[in-house]
Design a protein around this ligand. Structure first.
Ligand code: FAD
Ligand code: SF4
Length: 339
């Protein structure tokens, strides 16, 4: 057992101040990831700063541009079930409800979801080399059992995937992450928030020390008419994605006028390829066109033996989810698309 101090922050500035004065401090929200990391002896904060009351827990508020703002301190459950999210951003609601379990979603916060760490088995085993846990020690997954690992954007130093469901929808929706820190507030486009491993796999994202996520903004376009989130996993409930796809389409008759496709379970961050989305604009939403878009998205994909299957699985998932997005109201969990 490592001793640590526990402090409660009353507001954002209080939290930032406490983090600057704390030795090796860490913010804690729902604790659903951080406490596991501490129990596995992977995180050793000497000061825990409870931020659950640092900001509003009102899950959702309207923004002036017609979008919505999600509080970073609200739970995944309160956000996913919020009537405005269900009505205007059902893609996000569906992705969030595909994650974890009802109990965990009642504790897990939106800010914490963005910062959860990989589920790579070797990362959680402190007895084996892992560059993410201990830079320079090596990567046990590349030659090891790598069924759940990445096929895109990998490096020789790390092939881990980012495990969130919520973030795959946020990537497709082009959300913005609002943060405050010792140097003041700033906003980060979702595409720039998470990182590829490169030669610094220990860094998951571009948050600076002491920065706190305060909210996440959704732009007005929620793709509520044509959307689908498909999560493929080893068992039907309570598992992380092998491959997931968030698709949003705008249609003019039979023709796609706007498309978003983001993949989860395949890379160190949510994976989007704008070229594939542009390819779909002006085309019919056919199996053949989604297949061509999938080929563009998966260009350069590389398997590491036990995860080779993900390349074909991802292609099929992109096609299937594109067809499902056409008629969201007919989606039944586990059902095949009718088209
Ligand atoms: C068994 C299990 C199954 C799961 N399955 C899924 C799944 O299928 N899909 C999925 O998406 N997720 C899944 N999760 C992950 C879960 O969604 C995350 O653990 C949760 O979202 C983290 O939120 P939290 O508030 O508990 O974060 P915490 O554990 O409190 O914190 C996590 C990290 O974020 C930091 N942090 C938290 N909030 C902020 C903030 N506002 N600003 C700055 N730093 C902050 C903390 O310092 C810490 O480093 C699962 C978790 C478990 C335990
Ligand atoms: S894939 Fe990344 S997290 Fe997993 S063992 Fe290799 S370096 Fe560590």
């Amino acid at each position: 057992m490592n001793n640590f101090d526990y402090l409660k922050a009353g507001n954002i500035q209080d939290a930032i101040g406490k983090s600057e004065s704390g030795r090796k401090s860490s913010y804690i929200a729902g604790g659903t990831n951080l406490l596991d990391l501490m129990k596995y002896d992977l995180a050793h904060p000497t000061t825990l700063i409870d931020i659950n009351h640092a900001g509003t827990q009102d899950a959702v508020t309207e923004t002036e541009n017609g979008g919505l703002r999600l509080s970073a301190f609200a739970t995944n459950a309160d956000t996913a079930w919020h009537p405005l999210i269900e009505e205007r951003y059902p893609l996000l609601s569906k992705a969030m409800l595909a994650g974890a379990s009802a109990q965990i979603r009642n504790m897990a916060t939106n800010g914490g979801n963005l910062l959860q760490r990989t589920r790579c088995y070797y990362f959680y085993d402190a007895n084996v080399p892992c560059n993410k846990r201990e830079p320079g020690s090596g990567c046990s997954a590349i030659q090891g059992y790598n069924r759940i690992m990445a096929i895109l954007g990998t490096s020789e130093h790390c092939i881990a995937v980012f495990p969130s469901d919520m973030c795959i929808a946020l990537a497709a929706l082009e959300a913005t992450v609002n943060v405050e820190g010792p140097n003041g507030p700033r906003s980060i486009a979702f595409a720039d928030f998470h990182r590829l491993p490169g030669d610094t796999p220990e860094l998951d994202n571009n948050l600076l020390p002491g920065e706190i996520i305060t909210s996440i903004d959704l732009p007005p376009q929620g793709f509520s008419d044509h959307y689908s989130y498909l999560k493929l996993k080893d068992r039907n409930s309570y598992a992380f994605a092998l491959v997931s796809v968030a698709t949003g389409l705008e249609m003019e008759g039979d023709i796609i006028s706007n498309a978003r496709i983001a993949l989860g379970g395949v890379a160190h961050r949510p994976w989007r390829v704008p070229e594939a989305e542009e390819f779909l604009v002006g085309k019919t939403a056919s199996e053949a066109n989604f297949a061509q878009a999938a080929d563009i998205i998966l260009r350069g994909a590389k398997g590491y033996q036990y995860n080779d299957f993900k390349i074909e699985l991802a292609k099929r998932a992109i096609i299937r989810n594109g067809l499902m997005a056409l008629n969201p109201e007919t989606q039944v969990p586990g059902a095949l698309p009718s088209a």
